[in-house]
Design a protein. Structure first.
Length: 521
């Protein structure tokens, strides 16, 4: 019975680590601002997950040869070291400088993996029973290579790189980052060394070693959130803790299932419904807690938007009245032009405020739309003409290629908002002495308006996210610091109400972009 309990605890600990690591790998990839960093960190966590899953399955298989085949996936250890080294170079900002070392380590990793995959006896012999395991690792003649690779080459080199950067850094935030990274890596690697004692016949329980993945990953991800180690957005903090909570509850449910099986075998009269009931209560509780927190966040955002938009209205009204009163006085031509610019800008802000107030809170919310027949070409042409003066200030030429009589049923005020926003964005993000083309045309059962610029462009990574609420690409933030990241989101919502579409095409940074909307005929 004692051996069974040890095995249950070992298996639950391993599965719990694998669940947490899988969640953290996805969390890191989806929340990393710098894609290379987030991808490499995610691959590091995924490699550790592969090792843990192969370990927990392999040591529970009764057939020695089948156990050995599963445990051969421990070759992922070489990839853990390679990804970890690459990750440190990225954190230190020296990846390009040391690209040769990174490539060499990856090539070495592939060579070792292929060598041992083709000659498995060099890495592992058929498994053998050890301690409370049905089967455990039997090292091959060159099994020691992985330990040398990880603990005598990769780990000392990584620590020396970070420590060198730590010594050179002035006291402050960055020094804390490096210190935290050194501690996290040392704790993770030293814990991961524990299962190796039993591999070489030293009867030391490997149970604690199966936590090494979590002991390495959790501090790293916490450091990413708390100390911005890997440029993970601080706003993702709550998502991280939710992910961790879900992982822990998932592991606890797995433990309860194991415990239920154990109790059934040991105490046949024990009620078999108790453990499933506890598991269900745990799952419902965590879902309820997360739902409450998310709902609270939505309510706070709703209140924030309402307060801000209503606070905007009073000063905007005063600006409008004062500007209109000034126009009634004797003014020079230039002063009159400038005041009309103020009125136009004020009108746009009023329109944006009105739309912002009516952002739909759920899929069923409805607010007033006024649909009637309008000519899309005329609307696009009028808006393009109204922005010619703004574009001329940057020596940008706006050209129009408008197909006549493109009539459809839509809310003209909201479509004007979209086209105005797209053209204005094109002017803002296009360098001087360039061109912007506004085009309208018919395509099967749709009419389309597109705005093509030769501006900053959009990277492939950021292109799918530009229609998200409050999202702005990194290049857009550099070019125009005043944007809110709302116009494109609102445009997408408006197009949904029209059963139409809005999309963007760009070949990459500094290669321009084309924004288009389509309306059904």
């Amino acid at each position: 019975m004692e051996q069974s309990i040890h095995l249950i605890i070992h298996n639950v600990t391993s599965v719990l680590s694998a669940v947490i690591l899988t969640g953290l790998a996805f969390f890191t990839y989806l929340n990393g601002q710098k894609k290379t960093l987030s991808v490499v960190l995610s691959l590091t966590l995924a490699s550790i997950t592969v090792f843990i899953i192969s370990h927990v399955i392999g040591v529970n298989i009764a057939d020695p040869n089948t156990s050995r085949i599963v445990l051969m996936f421990n070759l992922s250890l070489f990839f853990i070291g390679a990804f970890n080294l690459h990750l440190v170079f990225l954190v230190l900002g020296t990846a390009k400088k040391h690209s040769f070392i990174i490539i060499f380590v990856y090539i070495s990793t592939v060579i070792f993996t292929v060598l041992f995959a083709l000659s498995p006896n060099l890495f592992l012999m058929p498994s053998a029973p050890k301690m409370y395991f049905a089967n455990y690792y039997e090292p091959g003649a060159l099994n020691w290579v992985r330990l040398v690779f990880l603990y005598l080459i990769i780990l000392p080199y990584i620590i020396s790189l970070i420590y060198s950067a730590y010594k050179k850094s002035p006291p402050g935030f960055q020094k804390k980052q490096y210190k935290y990274l050194i501690i996290a890596i040392l704790v993770g690697y030293m814990t991961g060394l524990i299962p190796n004692f039993l591999v070489y016949g030293i009867a030391f329980d490997p149970l604690l070693g199966m936590l090494f993945g979590s002991l390495l990953a959790i501090p790293l991800i916490y450091g990413a959130v708390q100390y911005e180690l890997f440029n993970v957005k601080v706003i993702a903090k709550e998502a991280f803790f939710y992910s961790l909570a879900v992982g822990l509850v998932g592991g606890l449910i797995i433990f309860l299932n194991y415990a239920n099986r154990f109790l059934e075998q040991t105490f046949p009269t024990f009620p078999d419904w108790i453990m499933p009931l506890i598991s269900a209560v745990l799952a419902v509780t965590i879902v309820f807690v997360i739902w409450r927190r998310l709902r609270q966040g939505d309510l706070l955002k709703y209140e924030f938007v309402n307060i801000i938009t209503h606070k905007f209205r009073t000063p905007l009204t005063y600006i409008k009245w004062s500007s209109e009163n000034l126009l009634k006085t004797d003014l020079s031509k230039q002063t009159e032009i400038e005041i009309r610019k103020i009125l136009n800008a004020n009108a746009k802000l009023v329109e944006l405020t009105n739309i912002l107030t009516n952002i739909p809170q759920d899929a069923d919310s409805a607010y007033d739309y006024h649909f009637s027949k309008h000519d899309l070409s005329k609307i696009a042409g009028d808006i393009a003409e109204s922005l010619i003066q703004t574009a001329s200030a940057k020596h940008i030429e706006i050209t129009s290629r408008l197909e006549p009589d493109l009539t459809a049923v839509f809310d003209d005020e909201r479509i004007k908002f979209i086209i105005h926003s797209i053209i204005e964005n094109a002017v803002s993000y296009t360098p001087e002495n360039q061109k912007i083309e506004v085009a309208t045309y018919r395509a099967k059962k749709e009419i389309i308006c597109s705005v093509k610029d030769s501006g900053i462009g959009i990277s492939k990574e950021e292109l799918p996210m530009i229609f998200y609420k409050f999202y702005r690409s990194s290049e857009a933030k550099k070019t125009d610091t005043e944007g809110m990241g709302l116009a494109l989101y609102l445009s997408r919502e408006i197009m949904k109400r029209h059963n139409g579409k809005i999309w963007a095409v760009s070949e990459g940074l500094n290669k321009g972009s084309t924004f288009s909307i389509s309306l059904p005929l």
